[in-house]
Ligand binder design. Structure first.
Ligand SMILES: [Zn+2]
Length: 499
């Protein structure tokens, strides 16, 4: 159900950025580092929510259950280690979001945002050779937040209104996505100068490296991942001066940093880390999602069908076959997809985690073909894991078992109220049973989970109208809707006061 069409945030940003450039000269001089003190955790969280709200509305935001679950597993391990080491204090732990937002974007980028939000591009996941490399980037970014680098950086901008700082961060992200397009917007040097104010200092980078290295090692990842990822980024920066690796721009690769890393490399000198088969297929998935052009998809199918595949290491074979299968499915070539998938099954046989991924992929193909009995045959209906749960509930909803789906999803969101994807599916399950009021409220809760209080309130008001006109007999739901409408209206008022 799509009651409103959202403005594309790039257009919004162009306007914000234009405003920003107009206002900036008034606040030209910067205070010394630490002058204004740290931003309070509450203020930083609110600033982060403002930015996250825009990212959720970005057409490139994706809730890919498979990649999100994989990244989340690494992220949780890092959070646990950071807690155990005392880097993540109980206060920050409780007040910040500690949530990763995945973007469908080819560029190799990850960025820490205020309030414990973290942006991660699918291109970065695709570029990692093993989970240790992915962990090293996440640990580095996490450390920028736990060490309050962001709060210090933002405190330097304390003369600026929060919406201006949010606009600066968002415009910096637009620049990192498309340097040319943003260059046209931020034509003046003032725009660039402001983005530079948002860069971390070298000391901060060194600290994030040092703490991040400690956290990822303590979490049980191979320290070598830190070193190989660094080398990969450094090599990319030498080869590529075109701005295709924006990670490098916000994280300057200085020779000093490289020397620090070499010292660590001696500590971490071990045999090269072999990717797990699971990492090989998850990074293949990220590659397909990042490169959705027909030519890219065709070349991935060709790589999977190549005669030389059999001579490659097993992880490489799994990677190429997974990418080929998904690419063929995206090209709507079901026959080729099935063929490649059965070869993938052979390669991953005996590896439980990778076999599960192959099964989820098979269920995804069956979902695309609307073959619901097949989906239910492939996926464990009682699994507590999110990708399985979503596939099963969708298949139930579409095959006359919407009531079971709704029950399952209700108990899911009761403990995970921020899962917008589950709320959305719950809304369809209610709709399939003709329970329009509940469907509209679940849709509203999905908007709340993504911090879009205005859209949520619009839906709740529509539900109240339905109650008035239809004389609904669902009294429990009616009272929930009234209560939620009041609560969301107050959240919205609070949000609009933060100028
Ligand atoms: Zn950094």
């Amino acid at each position: 159900m799509n009651l409103a069409s959202f403005p594309r945030w790039r257009a919004l940003l162009a306007t914000l950025l234009a405003l920003l450039i107009a206002v900036a000269p008034v606040h030209a001089q910067l205070p010394q580092l630490g002058d204004a003190g740290d931003l309070s955790t509450g203020a930083e969280r609110k600033l982060g929510e403002r930015i996250a709200r825009e990212l959720y509305r970005d057409p490139d935001y994706i809730d890919d259950p498979v990649i999100v679950e994989y990244v989340q597993g690494i992220w949780q391990a890092l959070l646990d280690a950071s807690r155990a080491r005392g880097e993540l204090t109980p206060e920050l732990d409780e007040r910040f979001a500690w949530q990763v937002l995945l973007g469908k974007d080819r560029t190799i980028n990850a960025f820490a945002l205020p309030g414990g939000w973290m942006g991660l591009n699918s291109g970065l996941v695709a570029a990692t050779a093993n989970r240790d490399e992915l962990a090293s980037v996440l640990a580095h970014e996490m450390s920028h937040v736990t060490q309050r680098h962001i709060s210090r950086m933002v405190a330097q901008q304390s003369q600026q209104a929060p919406w201006m700082i949010a606009a600066m961060v968002l415009s910096a992200l637009v620049v990192s996505k498309s340097p040319q397009a943003a260059g046209a917007v931020a034509a003046g040097s003032q725009g660039l100068a402001m983005q530079q104010q948002l860069n971390f200092s070298r000391d901060m980078e060194r600290e994030a490296d040092r703490i991040g290295f400690g956290v990822m090692s303590a979490a049980g990842f191979e320290p070598q991942g830190f070193v190989t990822m660094f080398e990969k980024l450094q090599q990319a920066s030498r080869l590529n001066d075109s701005g295709a690796f924006p990670y490098l721009r916000t994280h300057p690769m200085t020779t000093e940093r490289a020397a620090d890393m070499q010292a660590r490399q001696q500590l971490a000198a071990r045999a090269p880390v072999q990717p797990t088969l699971e990492h090989a297929v998850v990074s293949a998935r990220a590659k397909v999602i990042s490169n959705s052009g027909v030519d890219s998809l065709r070349s991935m199918v060709a790589d999977a069908e190549s005669a030389s595949l059999a001579s490659q290491p097993r992880a490489r074979q799994a990677h190429l076959l997974y990418a080929g299968t998904l690419a063929a499915a995206r090209l709507r070539d079901a026959g080729v997809a099935r063929q490649l998938l059965s070869r993938l099954d052979g390669v991953v046989a005996g590896d439980a985690a990778a076999q599960r991924q192959a099964r989820l992929l098979a269920a995804e193909l069956a979902t695309a073909a609307q073959d619901w009995p097949r989906v239910l045959q492939l996926v464990d209906a009682v699994s507590e894991r999110r990708p399985e749960m979503l596939l099963v509930c969708q298949a139930w909803t579409q095959s006359g078992r919407a009531r079971e789906a709704a029950e399952r999803l209700q108990s899911w969101v009761a403990t995970r109220p921020r899962d917008a994807g589950a709320w959305q599916l719950l809304s369809s399950a209610y709709q399939a049973q003709g329970q329009s009021l509940r469907a509209v409220r679940a849709d509203a809760e999905a908007r709340v989970a993504q911090l879009d209080f205005q859209a949520a309130l619009d839906r709740l008001r529509a539900a109240q109208d339905m109650m008035r006109k239809g004389g609904s007999s669902d009294y429990i739901e009616a009272s929930i809707i009234d209560t939620r409408a009041r609560q969301v209206a107050s959240l919205l008022r609070e949000q609009s006061l933060e100028r």
